[in-house]
Design a protein around this ligand. Sequence first.
Ligand SMILES: Cc1ncc(COP(=O)(O)O)c(C=O)c1O
Length: 394
Amino acid sequence: MVSTEFSLEAVRAATPGVDNVIHVNNAGAALPPSVVTDTVVDYLRREEAIGGYETADERHDQLEAVYDSLGALVGAPREHMAVIENATRAWDMAIYGYPFERGDRVVTCRAEYSSNVLAFLQLERRFGIEMVLIDDDEHGQIDLAHLDTELTRGAAMVAMTHIPTSGGLINPAEEVGALCGEHGVFFVLDACQSAGQVPLDVGTIGCDVLSGTGRKYLRGPRGTGFLYVSERALDVLEPPFIDLHAADWTRVDDYEWRPDARRFENWETYYAGKAGLGAAVDYALGVGIETTAVRIADLAARLRNGLGSLDRVAVHDKGARRGGIVTFTVDGVDATSVHAQLLARRINTSTSGPDRARLDLEPRGLPTVIRASTHYYNSEDEIDAVIAAVDEVR
Ligand SMILES: Cc1ncc(COP(=O)(O)O)c(C=O)c1O
């Protein structure tokens, strides 16, 4: 869909939740536009009226179009897209499907999402892989020179989180992809916070696998996510689970994987959510991610500047390039209390603890931080109201 000129009025009119709350918890789950909710509810009503299998048949074209939408979102053919219930399970499909051998080195970074690191720790215990941590550079992003050195030593995979859950950093995915290309290393990108927040093109990034979620910057329904699987990844990975959707039972003692990325899906799935995910992606592409990415970052910069100017408030975001996630602490008021006091003023934020970011917040000696994450539908007045509220709380 071709993007038209951005209208704050139009996107707010299409977002009923903005009448109730100032929502700066978009890195948690964004407010959906009405078209997403309507699509899900309409789908469920049809299931109620004529039956689930019958609705799936009747809505075949609508459900198939979701793969076109996801492909357009990341610049990939539809055959390379799978719909999976969340970003974690999508990412797991690649990691647990990779044919690791004892001693294989998996390279990651400080921004890596907690569940991903837990998966590597489990694979270390089960299969003897080695997790190699790349340090931050002076900007707080993945250190590309250190990465190059480690890739020269040899690695099976680079797994990197594009935008962490606990800070404003945007990691340089394209530069990492270029190094993986030079060294011939398999590259898995966790784009959970970046899908819908910044433009993504798997060809330009050069990743083999990319995982994302529906409910965050894409403004889709909860319980939805997706996976991009490149041609090479289709050859290299074997789905860790099999069912009658992923494979054909060709003879009594044989089966064949389906040829496309949907071999990573389940047979039974959240159909209404899938339809809603398609509506969310179409809406995001319609508003124009190139445009909204700039607005998200500008609103976050306004928030960082405002918060940074308050005494006893410290902003903690790293990165040469920063997006919509703003993290901060207030001296003498713990993050849970700040979060609750903002909530009482109808301002939605969340918190991020060092126990969920042991490679990032823990070494920086940070306590639990408050996370305020902007979206393009936030107004400048809302951002100023958040700053004023934090000023009161402190
Ligand atoms: C960077 C990152 N990766 C992965 C996830 C997991 O996503 P999901 O909850 O959809 O599995 C999150 C969730 O916050 C995240 O921020």
